[in-house]
Design a protein around this ligand. Sequence first.
Ligand code: 1QQ
Length: 395
Amino acid sequence: MSNAIARLLTLFLMGVLLVIGCSRPIQNPPSTPMLIGVALAQTSNLALLGQESVAGARIAEQYFRDRGGINGTPVKLVFQDAGGDEAGAINAFQTLITKHKVVGIVGPSSSQQAFSADPIADRAQVPVIGPTNTAKGVPEIGAFIARVASPVTVLAPNSLTAALKLNPNIKRVAVFYAQNDAFSQSETEIFQQAIAARGLTIVTVQKFQTTDTDFQTQATAAINLKPDLVVISSLASDGANLVSQLRELGYRKLIVSGNGLNTPNIFPVCKVRCDGVLIAQAYSPEHANDINKSFRAAYVKQYQKDPPQFSAQGFTAVQVFVEALKALNPQQKLQTRSLPELRSALNRQILSGQYDTPLGELSFTPDGEVIQKQFYVAQIKMDSDGKNGRFALLK
Ligand code: 1QQ
C-alpha cells in the first residue's frame, strides 16, 4: 500500500470516528422527563395562598433535580394557573391531563376548587395530591385523590386550646365565616363543635362572602355582644380585612383564625392589626430532619425569611410524587409502562408509602387522608411599624 493511500485511509478512519463521536448524544438521548402537573392559584384572590405553594413546589423540583431525579429520570413540573374559582381549576386539570399527559397533579389550592376539579382527575384515573385542601371529605372524592394537608378536624381545635391557655376566662365566643367557601364552611363547623365541647357559649355566628371587603355591620353586631374570643374561618384577604375592622371598631381580646389567614401575605392588609392572631400550624420551620433543613435553607436563600406552611405543603406534595415514582422504578422501567398503567401503579404506591418530609413523617389511609404526627400553634407578632411580622410558634 502506497503512503498516499495509507494517509487517505487514516483520514477516512478519523472522519468516521469524528462522525461517531458527534452522533453519540443522538444514539443515547437523555431520558424523557417525568411530567408532574401543578394546578395552583397563581392569580386571583387565592394567589396570596397559592403562590406560596408554587414556591415550595419549585424548590422541590430543583431539590430532586440536584439529586438525580427519579433514579436518573429527570422530573419536570408543568405549571398551569388554576386561578381562584372552580372553572379555573377544572381548565387547569383538563389541560394537564389531556394536553400535557402528566403522570399526576399537585392541586388545586382550595377545597372549593377540589370538590369540582378532583372528580375529573378521578374519572381519568390520574392521581391527585392536594397540598392545601383541608375541608372534610376531600380524600373521599375518589380513589385517586389524596392530600398532604391535615384536615380542619385535626388542625382547627388546636388554636382554640391555645387561646384558652392564654386566657382561661374565655366564656363568650363570636364566630365568623365565609358562607360561599367549602373550606370555611367545613372549618367553622369544626370550630363550633370544639367551642361547644369546651363548655363555651357561641354568642353569635356572623356570615360573609370571600369577596367582601366591608365588615362593619357584622363586626359591630358581634362587638355589641361582648365576646371574649373571636373565631374566623375565611380565605386570606377577606379574613385580614375583617381582623382589621374588628380592631378599628375597638375589639381588643383574642382572635383565633383558621387556615385561610395562614400566610404572611396578609401583613400588608391588616398591618399592625394582624398582631396577636392565633393560627394552628401543620408545619414548623424548626422541624429538625435533613429534608426540612435543606428545604428551609433553600427557601431562606431565595426569600430571606422562613418558609410558611403553604410552601412546605407544596414541597411535600411534589416529594410524595417523586418518592412514589422512585419506589416504582426498580420493579419496571417507568418508560416501558403505558400512561394509564403508570398512573394507576403510582396511585397505589403513593398510598402505601411512608415519607419523611418537611412536615415530618407522613403516610396515608387507604382513602388518601394524610396521617401526620406533629402540629403547632402560631401567634402573629407584628413589628411596631406594621410592615413586617412573623408567625411565632407558641411553646
Ligand atoms: C382549603 C383551605 C384554604 C385556606 C386553602 C387555600 O384550607 O380550601 O381547604
